[in-house]
Design a protein around this ligand. Structure first.
Ligand SMILES: C[S@@+](CC[C@H](N)C(=O)[O-])C[C@H]1O[C@@H](n2cnc3c(N)ncnc32)[C@H](O)[C@@H]1O
Length: 216
């Protein structure tokens, strides 16, 4: 499995900066996780999972930003959740991920458990347009990867109260499905509280990355 990141990179001693979860030893065994991810990668088309390069990018961003409170909208089989969950092994944080489809939610829960990340990842079954309203606290990293024409509604529900100063919002398919998220893209670019760039690891999908200024 060639890739940018080396398996086992999350199992460094640099855990436990924040919270009790971070002080617990990792249950994610690298060779076991590699097998699970291999299996999931063979199903990427079926479950619309992010390409591996995008998942690696999210993993790196979570570590680099030291994110500890992550929200994912659109779990599917849990592929990106596992990659971000592995990064949380280093930052000591947690991920909440929401999936509307019961079968995918169940599969994701099994995959997350098998990967030894059940302590890092909370899986919610429901419509994220409704579920977000009930979530407590603020998030410092948000990954939006569900219904593309729903981005504006998700953003309205998150900003300003559920988005911490310094937070990152990552939106998948910002290039391939730009038409469906035009209103979101225009809105976030107009808001002075955010810096936004679009990056592409695959020359296809694209990820819109927005940083909320700390002073906003
Ligand atoms: C592109 S897939 C997510 C892929 C996942 N992030 C990954 O990389 O493995 C989009 C998922 O969003 C789910 N979804 C669509 N609308 C939703 C909603 N309103 N609330 C929660 N999940 C939704 C779909 O059922 C689908 O599984």
């Amino acid at each position: 499995m060639a890739g940018l990141l080396t398996f086992g990179a999350w199992a460094t001693p640099a855990v436990a900066q924040t919270g009790d979860a971070g002080r617990k030893p990792s249950k994610a065994d690298p060779s076991r996780v590699r097998k699970i991810l291999d299996g999931m990668e063979s199903q990427i088309g079926r479950y619309w999972s992010t390409p591996r390069k995008d998942a690696e990018f999210l993993h790196l961003m979570v570590k680099a930003t030291r994110a500890v409170h992550i929200l994912e909208v659109g779990t599917s089989q849990g592929y990106s959740a596992i990659w971000m969950g592995l990064a949380l092994e280093e930052t000591g944080g947690r991920l909440m991920t929401i999936e509307i489809d019961t079968e995918r939610h169940r599969l994701a829960r099994k995959n997350v458990q098998d990967a030894g990340l059940a302590g890092r990842v909370t899986l919610i079954r429901g419509d994220a347009h409704r579920e977000i309203a009930g979530l407590r606290g603020t998030f410092d990293f948000v990954f939006l990867d569900a219904d593309k024409d729903g981005q504006m509604d998700y953003f309205r529900k998150l900003y300003p109260n559920k988005l911490a100063p310094g937070a990152i919002i990552a939106v998948h398919n910002a290039i391939s499905e730009a038409g469906d998220m035009k209103d979101y893209a225009e809105t976030i670019r107009r808001l002075p509280d955010f810096d936004t760039v679009i990056i592409s690891t695959t020359l296809g999908d694209g990820i819109s990355l927005s940083y909320r200024h700390r002073a906003s």
